[in-house]
Design a protein around this ligand. Structure first.
Ligand code: SAM
Ligand code: SF4
Length: 330
């Protein structure tokens, strides 16, 4: 399936809940309570209808995310039904890791093989400052359990913030090499609570690559050379000791290479993370029992309105503040 700008769209991020058991400083205010009532969220049956329709259109790779997907009851059974979908090529989970160590064996048994765990720091006190109350040992355990259970690939996602955790990028790489996971550094985006301070905390990827290059031999890998269809550019470390990825939303070609759409927990398709206004609401159709044909048409409509680029630079402050990643589906 191609959008109006000729990009092949084959990947959907599916947020199954907007709630979270953390309040990371760049994602949600600590007092954030504007969560959607449970009845407004799609049911698992409704999600599966959308996924079925998406697969029919060639969108065959999914990432289950949130909010924090592991806080929604019934995740394991849902995963079992997702992995059984005919035509599905790939499904992965994004998690903050707090509950993953307990769920990892059951999710694996339900067919999940790929997991991304967010971890921005290796220091317990800093972790608590960034996440507001998380216990880092739960997240470290998530990597160990994921490895022991057999997940592959396991990715560590770290948002890099100047003056907050950018002094730890080498430590994070060493941790990832030791745990045999792929580390991906994400540029901070000026969304939600990260607006406006993201501008002064932002560490551009080229600067980070230069810094890491002072210690490691970094060799760019062709896109697709490592398993993954996300937006990261990957580099081989020291001839093959590991792989580092960089996710750079401000890079010139980031949007041209975009092959994804997002489904929010309340059933809206967001063709672009940054355009909250351009959304197609699937819930009314799902709730009146629309068939796959109608859902397919609505999905096709979402691809038609997918904008060419995010244009973060041109937004007004109130627009940026309103965009909470956990709601749109990070
Ligand atoms: N709760 C899960 C987690 O933290 O991995 C999944 C959802 S979370 C919204 C997905 C990713 O978005 C996380 O890696 C998080 O660090 C990232 N994120 C949230 N707000 C961000 C921002 N303002 N800039 C860059 N990345 C952000
Ligand atoms: Fe929760 Fe993930 Fe947002 Fe942190 S980044 S508050 S873990 S949804």
């Amino acid at each position: 399936m191609y959008d109006a700008h000729g990009r092949q769209i084959d990947y959907m991020r599916v947020s199954i809940i907007d709630r979270c058991n953390l309040r990371c400083v760049y994602c949600m205010p600590d007092t954030y309570q504007e969560f959607q009532p449970f009845e407004d969220l799609l049911s698992y049956d409704e999600f599966l209808t959308v996924l079925r329709a998406a697969i029919d259109l060639g969108i065959t790779r999914f990432r289950i995310t949130g909010g924090e997907p592991t806080v929604r009851a019934g995740l394991v059974d849902f995963m079992r039904r997702v992995t059984a979908l005919e035509g599905l090529q790939d499904v992965a989970l994004s998690t903050n890791g707090l509950r993953f160590k307990d769920l990892a064996p059951e999710l694996y048994e339900a067919g999940l093989r790929r997991v991304n765990v967010s971890l921005d720091t290796l220091r317990a006190d800093r972790f608590r400052e960034i996440t507001r109350w998380g216990d880092i040992s739960d997240v470290v355990a998530a990597f160990d359990v994921a490895r022991a259970v057999g997940y592959d690939p396991i990715k560590l996602n770290a948002v890099v913030m100047r003056g907050v955790n950018d002094d730890e990028v080498f430590d994070l790489v060493e941790f990832a090499l030791e745990k045999q996971v792929k580390v991906r550094f994400i540029e901070l985006m000026p969304l939600g609570t990260a607006y406006p301070w993201a501008a002064e905390r932002w560490v551009p990827t080229p600067e980070l690559i230069e810094r890491l290059g002072t210690r490691y031999d970094l060799e760019p890998l062709e896109n697709g050379a490592v398993r993954g269809y996300g937006p990261a550019d990957y580099y081989r470390v020291n001839g093959g000791a590991g792989v580092i990825g960089f996710i750079s939303p401000f890079k010139e070609h980031f949007c041209q290479a975009c092959r994804r759409i997002r489904l929010s927990a309340d059933g809206k398709i967001y063709p672009c993370l940054a355009w909250e206004t351009a959304a197609v609401d699937l819930k009314p159709a799902l709730r009146r029992g629309a068939g796959l044909d109608e859902i397919r048409l609505l999905l096709a409509r979402a691809l038609e309105i997918k904008p060419p680029a995010h244009m973060f630079e041109e937004y007004q402050a109130d627009e940026l503040k309103r965009r909470v990643m956990s709601r749109i589906g990070g």
